[in-house]
Design a protein around this ligand. Sequence first.
Ligand code: MOS
Length: 729
Amino acid sequence: MKFDSPATTNPIDQLNVVGKPLDRIDGPLKVSGRATYAYEWHDPAIKPAYGVIIHATIPKGRIRRMDASAASRAPGVLTVVTPESLPKLIGKLEKGKFNTATLMGGPEIDHYHQAIGLVVATSFEAARAAANLVTIEYEEKPGNFALDKLIDAAGLPKDGEPDSGVGDFEAAFAQAPVTLDQRYKTPDHSHAMMEPHATLAVWDADGLTVWTSNQMVAWGRSDLAKTLNLPEEKVHLMSPFVGGGFGGKLFLRADVVMAALGAKATGQPVKVALARPMLMNNTTHRPATLQRIRIGATREGKITAIGHESWSGDLPGGGPELAVQQTRLLYAGENRMTRTRLAVLDLPEGNAMRAPGEAPGLMALEIAIDEMAEKLGMDPIAFRILNDTQVDPEKPERPFSQRAFAEVFRIGAERFGWDKRQARPGQLRDGRFLIGHGVAAAFRNNMVTKSGARVRLGKDGIVTVETDMTDIGTGSYTILAQTAAEMMGLPIERVAVHLGDSRFPVSAGSGGQWGANNSTAGVYAACVKLREAVAKRLGINAADVSFANGEVRSGGRALSLTEAAKDGELVAEDSIEYGDLDKTHQQSTFGAHFIEVGVDAATAEVRIRRMLAVCAAGRILNPKTARSQVIGAMTMGAGAALMEELAVDTRRGFFVNHDLATYEVPVHADIPHQEVIFLDETDPMSSPMKAKGVGELGLCGVAAAIANAVYNATGVRVRDYPVTLDKLI
Ligand code: MOS
């Protein structure tokens, strides 16, 4: 189905099932241990061996000598895969569309903890013990590990964002009566998802099957085939349950490639999990940024010049963190400039983490806006609303499809009690705590992308949905079931959903908060076809038919839906494909975050007291799962504000803190109170579902709102995340 004109009234608008706060249909499987995560795949026919990865302990250089003989002789060991055994085993690893060729390194070492071998044994313990017997001599080369030393060496990224400019930023900034010129720092972040990367790999006559934990099934399958030099049809990838991803599982990681190699070498199924301490340095992370923001405004608070520059680093051939993205779209202003610079860093690979670009970009921009409002003597909400824009500020002929920017602030301000905030810092106290209030805007784009599904109406009257979409804890199973139930006029109990299998139609996958809108629109398209098939089978006019309460109604007749399948299952398949509505209209999601903190007047310990998010993100398909997305994201924002930081050892070239004891994330005691309000809106430009996404919006802006609240409490402006107590005293 081609979606190229704004959605009008359609069956989804019935809202009998869609839009209801239903429980997750996969919840019982998860809480009873029957959800089959990659490492726990239960198939009595599969008796796996266990692989433990050998990883580099230098950041850059080459292997001079690797001795695996003692490991090979150790009890239980079946094989040791080394860079030397690779050519015979598979040839050389090819580069997929993404960075897969270096998932096994050696003899060259690209980064610390890069996989350079695999010990396969009959038990995990035997494999781990033997992995410690492998001795390696390296020839170490010097590398660059400190971003702040590379500002001048940083250049234009190879592909991606060119610099942007409108009007004459420098002149307008120089002439503006009120200006701000500040620098901000965000650190490297780890995805730190609950389920580490894990894979079970099996080779048979049909090729390679992997049960893995991956957000993007079709990308993974295609890249695995390319990397191992196999025809795509010889690769089968299963990822039905994913214990969190946050972007860290958008692409194949070493567990998949090494499990496939180990299984090939031993001729038996092999399981490989990345142990928690490997996640930080073996997989990807959100890159640190240095940012400079300049804003010029009239005395009345109208922005006349806005400039945002960002520096980040990555391995050779890598990409930048696009931290200036939102600044191109969020506020009005005639003279604009953004620049993105990339340095070569020999740390582990930087890549997408939840709201890549906007998350660190808004951490800086939304402090800058708060600072600017203070300079102008304006309320920070009034300053934001004054500089609202209903069109793309770089291309005024492009309106936003929806932009309830002012509204999220107005609703939030009333709900939060913003009028009780003291403009001057350090005025409120509750016992030993200084109390502060902060606000920030949330912004993230809505991306539309092709998504397919197959739906079946069985003889038993059950509708089954099949798509390679993933559920990374987000609620995909449930919203896809709701979509099919609404379209076919059934209660949700009569819909079954099967996901995460590369044999199913290719979906949008889970990333960039595009999953919910696109994958449900794909199921919508398939259901439109199934409805037509039902009408045809029943001999009724497809143009005059409605589906409700398990019945198909046409004219005065009402037939049971099950009737349509009594002579055999009906199957329909389709994809949603998009025209250029996302080019003629800027599609974005908006929000406002309100925070109250208490800062201990003696120790400077920061305690969050209240968090409120107001989100405008099109139709909310399931307020319960959407709320869970947003409160999880707000929690992640609290981590980014107050504790999360991969500490770089700039001499040894690696991230020092590599477990959850030292890479701190918020716990329940850090988050006493959260509230989420969704605006009641629909976006007819986004898809027939009229929905957008909230999974990343919920994170965007949170950290800045907290930093602004800390400033309001203490009068200390911290521009270098995380806002730890040493920076406040
Ligand atoms: Mo997201 S960082 O695109 O999973």
